[in-house]
Design a binder for this molecule. Sequence first.
Ligand SMILES: C[S@@+](CC[C@H](N)C(=O)[O-])C[C@H]1O[C@@H](n2cnc3c(N)ncnc32)[C@H](O)[C@@H]1O
Length: 283
Amino acid sequence: VSPARINLPYVDELLAKIEAAPDSEFVKAFGMRHVHWGYYTAPASADESTEGLVAAAEALTHRLTFVVGVKNGQRVLDAGCGFGGTVAYLNEHLSNVKLTALNIDGRQLLRARERVTPRLSNRVTFVEGDACSMPFPARAFDVVLAVECIFHFPSRWRFFQEARRVLIPGGHLALSDFVPYGPALPLLAPWVLLHRRAITRVYGWLNDLMPCTVLGYRLLARATGFRLMLDQDITHNTLPTYPTLLRLLRDIGHRDAERATQHVASVSRKGLVRYRILTFEAL
Ligand SMILES: C[S@@+](CC[C@H](N)C(=O)[O-])C[C@H]1O[C@@H](n2cnc3c(N)ncnc32)[C@H](O)[C@@H]1O
């Protein structure tokens, strides 16, 4: 994997903050467990607190793992595992599970290893590697998860092929992603051209100029041996993430990140890009 593909400036920033200011609000929000948006059950009354975001991020993990139905005794791969928040959650709620956390970035894996202690009946393994070229044999897992990370992978197509290879037939893939609203594509194309540089400067490598629509996911699934099972638009529940994140970025004085996040917030609020949970069955 070329270094360009592990170019994730926000992760560098986060790791630097963990080192320099481990007790800061920014680290509390994104450096302890989940590195993803929150799912607010009552978005209208959500506040901008860090605690609220932390709870909402946990709720997003709960929702994604619940809808795909991860069960006791299963072998679960979390691709793009961040600091191990999703495997930590599964480890705390399930027994007799074999959890594998995969990340291309060894620095995050080091922290994940420190933060997740397998419960007695569970096994947790941390593996450094690329989600598009997985170091696992065929049919090694019952469930593959990819929480808010597929846009970083070298290719969605290759990730789906790899996920299909490592899943048993009847196994499930669940992911969350920023999905463009199909009819809005003509509006989004110029937006992407205009703001892509500002966004990638902060959020790093993104695999496609234009991310995958729901129809794109349906076709991708069909072409790689999956069936789309469930598609949930949870944009509304994730929107309170933006004011909270923007406050945290203002506090650390990261103007570039504030600007980039404003761009994403604006297309999300307008409904041009939706935050979706998608699950697929391996055929
Ligand atoms: C937004 S974070 C999400 C982390 C985690 N899934 C979570 O929800 O807390 C994106 C993650 O994708 C990982 N990543 C990026 N490219 C990858 C690749 N090619 N293979 C595996 N992981 C990758 C990053 O290192 C980062 O941990």
